[in-house]
Design a protein around this ligand. Structure first.
Ligand SMILES: *Cc1c(COP(=O)(O)O)cnc(C)c1O
Length: 353
């Protein structure tokens, strides 16, 4: 080993879900939205004057921040935006988790949290989910350097009731509590109404799932003006121009079209509830997902076997091989047609094995 290697920041990186690209594939592996973005997004990108790309974008992302603030009836000083919520969450870890006490997040959750904690050398503990894959609220009522979890949780889809979230936020006024609401628009209750009441609460959301813009990279955090100011101070110390002109323009159009947003979210919720019924008939069990995916285990067929069989058919779902999740598949909700094809194959496969 050369000496310079001693000075390298070595990390075990996050592994994103596969992004295969086959014309006939059914892609149910990374929780993308099966519907296109709002029509206004297409129009604004089509009309975009590319001459403006020689100029830097607005570092404050003013138009997008205003559009989001107006949609959620907030003040602009309560909104922060970034390049997907991964960028926003990384900024949050860097900004708020600087204590000596360990931060807390569940053992089974978004697998980026431990990667950021390792990257930024933040100590952490991971309280176990219970037997039914629920977050145990009481695990978060003890000393800590910060708290983060998704609601609904990923990859389980299970929601924590708002009153439990409030209890956690209230009991932890000396640390920052971050609720990652990547999937909240698919029928869960948002903690957003609590940000006016607790200045230690930050709610993070994304345009990648419910607003069909995973390819555009837009995420946001909402919280008290003092939290947003600290986030901006760190952002401006790192990269002032995080969001590009196309993302800013597309984001504004996506938030403005509330009718389209509601319509596509309801279609996904309906398809999810129908898929749950069909999966039950086929012998699967799962928690009551409020997200755009179902985390399911089959009574006899091992998850890995089914994962491989589906993959051969170019039907992609997500499989987490390690530990307690190794007999589950996380199945993203696609269109009704995609789910029919998926279920038909699963039914045929199970009856022939
Ligand atoms: C998808 C996801 C994110 C990241 O989304 P971006 O595409 O970076 O906005 C963050 N947290 C959870 C729990 C997610 O599932």
């Amino acid at each position: 080993m050369k000496n310079w290697e001693e000075n390298v920041r070595r990390v075990v990186p996050y592994t994103p879900g596969e992004q295969p690209n086959q014309p006939d594939m059914i892609k149910l592996n990374t929780n993308e939205n099966p519907y296109p973005p709002a029509p206004g997004v297409r129009r604004i990108l089509h009309e975009m004057n590319t001459d403006t790309l020689r100029l830097y974008p607005d570092p404050a992302a003013g138009d997008l921040v205003r559009a989001i603030a107006s949609y959620y009836h907030l003040d602009e000083s309560q909104v922060f935006v970034g390049v997907g919520s991964d960028d926003v969450l990384a900024m949050c870890f860097l900004t708020f988790f600087n204590g000596k006490k360990p931060i807390l997040f569940p053992d089974i959750t978004y697998s980026f949290y431990d990667v950021w904690a390792d990257l930024f050398r933040i100590p952490y503990e991971r309280p176990l989910l219970d037997e039914d894959f629920r977050i145990r609220k009481d695990d978060y009522l003890r000393e800590n350097g910060g708290i983060i979890f998704p609601n609904p949780n990923a990859p389980t889809g299970v929601e924590m009731p708002l009153k439990d979230i409030e209890e956690i936020v209230k009991a932890n006024q000396d640390s920052i509590v971050i609720i990652d609401e990547a999937y909240v628009d698919f029928g869960a209750v948002s903690a957003l109404p609590l940000i006016g009441k607790y200045d230690n609460l930050l709610v993070v959301q994304t345009f990648s799932k419910s607003r069909s813009l995973a390819g555009m990279r837009i995420g946001l955090a909402m919280g008290s003006p003092v939290l947003i100011k600290y986030l901006n101070d760190v952002k401006y110390s790192f990269n002032s121009y995080t969001m590009d002109r196309t993302a800013l323009a597309a984001g504004v159009e996506a938030v403005r079209d509330e009718a389209y947003f509601r319509e596509t979210c309801s279609k996904i919720i309906e398809t999810r509830e129908w898929t749950k019924e069909e999966l039950k008939k086929l012998g699967f069990s799962f928690g009551d997902s409020r997200a755009n995916f179902i985390f399911a285990a089959h009574e006899t067929c091992p998850a890995e076997e089914l994962f491989r069989a589906l993959r051969e058919q170019h039907i992609y779902v997500r499989y987490f091989p390690k530990g307690r999740t190794s007999n589950h598949l996380r199945i993203t909700i696609g269109t009704r047609e995609e789910m029919k094809t998926f279920l038909a194959f699963v039914k045929k496969y199970l009856s022939n094995r």
